[in-house]
Design a protein around this ligand. Structure first.
Ligand SMILES: [Zn+2]
Length: 289
């Protein structure tokens, strides 16, 4: 089997798995791989990723001009082209709308908290690229900010994007993001999320690469501002003072900190659940009586 026909088969297989796992509905999502230094193999526009055949794929150049294929290339081709331009190390791009991760993208909550050791070591943080109209030039521009330092990101009010050295590696990162999102959602529903301390995150960072998957950039030493072109990963991990896990529920209130503790105490953001807020108000009313 030629390399090209094997890659066509791999895209079909990944599309089938994405659809079977509910990461895409109807014709959503798209997949591409580098065929050689000057050509890409890409899923076509307007087909369900669960029911593709190898002959459906399009071949384009790195400018997006169609070289071969009966169907037109993916409507998100511009986003794929931008990734390949920015990341010579990337050989495959996967885009889908996995429901839990996309829920975080809709809520505007990045998956950037240090809560799972294996995510810190393999993917690092999963930021949210700002909202852009799908299939327009806005989307590659939104992705550009994060793609150099991240192998996976959420797309605000849209879905998720992952990249890798081959199509299975990019697809597995999509699985990791959705799995991470599900676990984060359950922890938040249960009412508490113990974060991995900054010190432990530094230990985990040294283990990056030992599991075969390594994030493309280090964790930001001062994570509050990554600028327009992120060169490091923001991971929310509070100082633990020797503790490996830091409870995020203190005295009934969750104290949320960026990577570095705030300089002044009054800069800490305190978040209360509805129940906690009601209890505080009741308490205050009682003391007034
Ligand atoms: Zn999409």
């Amino acid at each position: 089997m030629s390399a090209e026909s094997s890659l066509r088969g791999d895209i079909v297989e990944v599309g089938r798995r994405m659809y079977a796992r509910g990461y895409t509905a109807s014709n959503d999502g798209n997949i591409s791989v580098r065929l050689d230094p000057s050509r890409l193999l890409m899923t076509p526009k307007g087909v369900c990723k669960g029911f593709m055949s190898p002959d459906m794929m399009c071949i384009t150049d790195l400018e997006g001009r169609k070289i071969q294929g009966d169907l037109d290339p993916s409507s998100e081709m511009l986003m794929h082209l931008e990734v390949y331009r920015q990341r010579p190390d990337v050989h495959a791009v996967v885009h889908a709308h996995p429901p839990t991760a996309t829920g975080f993208a809709v809520a505007g909550i990045p998956l950037d908290r240090a809560v799972l050791a294996e995510v810190v070591t393999t993917l690092g943080s999963v930021p949210i690229a700002e909202y852009a109209t799908p299939s327009t030039r806005e989307l590659p521009e939104a992705v550009r900010k994060y793609i150099k330092a991240h192998d996976g990101m959420l797309l605000a009010n849209h879905g998720a994007l992952t990249v890798g050295g081959d199509v299975f590696s990019a697809y597995f990162k999509m699985e990791t993001i959705e799995h991470f999102a599900k676990i984060s959602l359950v922890a938040r529903l249960l009412g508490r999320e113990h974060l991995i301390s900054r010190e432990e995150v530094q230990r985990l960072e040294k283990l990056r690469g030992t599991y075969g998957v390594k994030p493309p950039a280090p964790i930001c030493a001062d994570g509050s501002d990554v600028g327009d072109d992120a060169a490091c990963q923001v991971v929310q991990a509070p100082a633990g003072g020797g503790l490996r896990l830091v409870p995020d529920v203190a005295g009934g209130a969750e104290i949320r900190q960026r990577s570095a503790p705030p300089a002044a105490g009054d800069e800490a953001e305190i978040r209360l659940t509805y129940r906690q807020l009601s209890a505080l108000i009741e308490e205050a009313i009682k003391s007034l009586r």
